[in-house]
Design a protein around this ligand. Sequence first.
Ligand code: NAD
Ligand code: UGA
Length: 457
Amino acid sequence: MNVRKILCIGAGYVGGPTMAVIADKCPHIRVEVVDISAERIAQWNSDELPVYEPGLDDVVRRCRGRNLFFAVAREEAIPDADLVFVSVNTPTKDFGEGAGMAPDLQYLEKTARFLKPHLRDGAIVVEKSTVPVRTAEALSRILHEGQPDRHIPVLSNPEFLAEGTAIRDLMEPDRVLIGCEETAAGRAAAQALADVYRNWVPDERIVLSSVWSSELSKLTANAFLAQRISSINSISALCEVTQANVTEVSRAIGADARIGRRFLEAGVGFGGSCFRKDILDLAYICQRHGLAEVAAYWRSVVEMNDYQMERFARNVVARQFNTVAGKRLAVFGFAFKPGTNDTRDSPALYVCRKLLEERAALVITDPQALENAARDLHGLKGEIRYEPDPYAAAAGAHAVVLLTHWEEFRALDYERIYAAMEKPAAFFDGRNWLDPAMLYRIGFNVYPIGKAPLVHD
Ligand code: NAD
Ligand code: UGA
């Protein structure tokens, strides 16, 4: 099939940027992205996009109104579509069976039911959302129920982009994974999708597999990445009590080509909307299949992450003479990583909640995520101020607590920051982002992750 029209359901962090890049690279294809949220669509059609991602504005500006369109979900767009991406959210369930572990698949199912009466025979449905292995089977059953003569192939095409580098990841992916049913029709559908990607992705980077392998590969990729972070974070705890230095350990082990350098940065813990959710999903699937030991193994990656965040928050209180009540603490960074305004499951949420419970007065600064931070912390008891200017945030504070390694924080004048703070002034570097020796020379007591603290007598 020659794909001419693409429809994407879900205009979020994945649907928006991914479709923008497809539209950019395939000017001959009309791409429409729809969402149930009229507010989100209005933002996509404005100059203030709902997603902050370096390079995204330029891509959207080039294509919007040409072959890229954002609209509130509407049935009339469905019959024309050759290919329909489903990119809706699949958060962890917070109710009923599997609460706290299983993904909530209601948005996916609603999408299938919304599409079903309007899809034309032969249209291809593509799972872009991250889903439990064998979800395509459920989607296919819903789409074919009562219409056995119709054929709508369901493909799995998980997304591997990371926030903050989404545009680069989409433009130059390590691989594009396409899972299909192992039938002639399934393989033809996979080829039609592969042809879309071939407009800019080299053939050898397009990997084909079965649908089940593709679905499971996505969960496994995230589990492996998160596992590396938990592994190095576990070692950071040991470094702190043995005078070893976790950065040196990372460098030493990462030089082994079999281990590799990436994803070995110790920190306050991993955040983001996916690592925790996808590992819990994986563990839940294992549990349901009676693989209790496998489930426990993967759950421990999340438990280690919880331990790291907790350990960090406890350390802040302990190093402040065991009380932060009434003390001003400047929180540097709220986004779960730099380069994004996304705060979903950010370690900052956890740490700030803990510090508020200890009655600290928080002043939070972040170059992109203050609006989301205010929404996330809304209603919590305690004193919180949101301050775009890091110098103003630190003025009068007893400590700086750095939780996101924004480049902007490296460029600050720390002599000036120190001078305006209460003394002794502490610096808790949850990302090992600044040179501890430099901060110590200025006068700070410095508490990095996985390294000996530098404390003035
Ligand atoms: P998101 O919450 O930002 O976006 C999902 C969008 O879907 C929302 O705007 C929501 O309103 C919309 N939606 C829900 N139900 C709908 C319906 N029935 N009809 C139309 N729109 C509907 O989520 P996201 O971060 O874009 O993630 C989407 C999926 O991609 C998830 O499964 C996630 O695990 C996966 N994923 C995310 C990332 C990431 O970096 N965020 C990366 C890879 C994969
Ligand atoms: C992650 C994966 O990297 C993507 O491949 C995947 O598509 C995506 O999840 C998803 O499925 O949503 P993302 O969460 O956007 O991407 O960002 P990462 O760069 O993976 O960072 C996740 C968290 O781990 C951040 O809080 C980051 O600060 C932390 N991290 C990362 C560390 O603490 N140490 C590291 O060495 C690397």
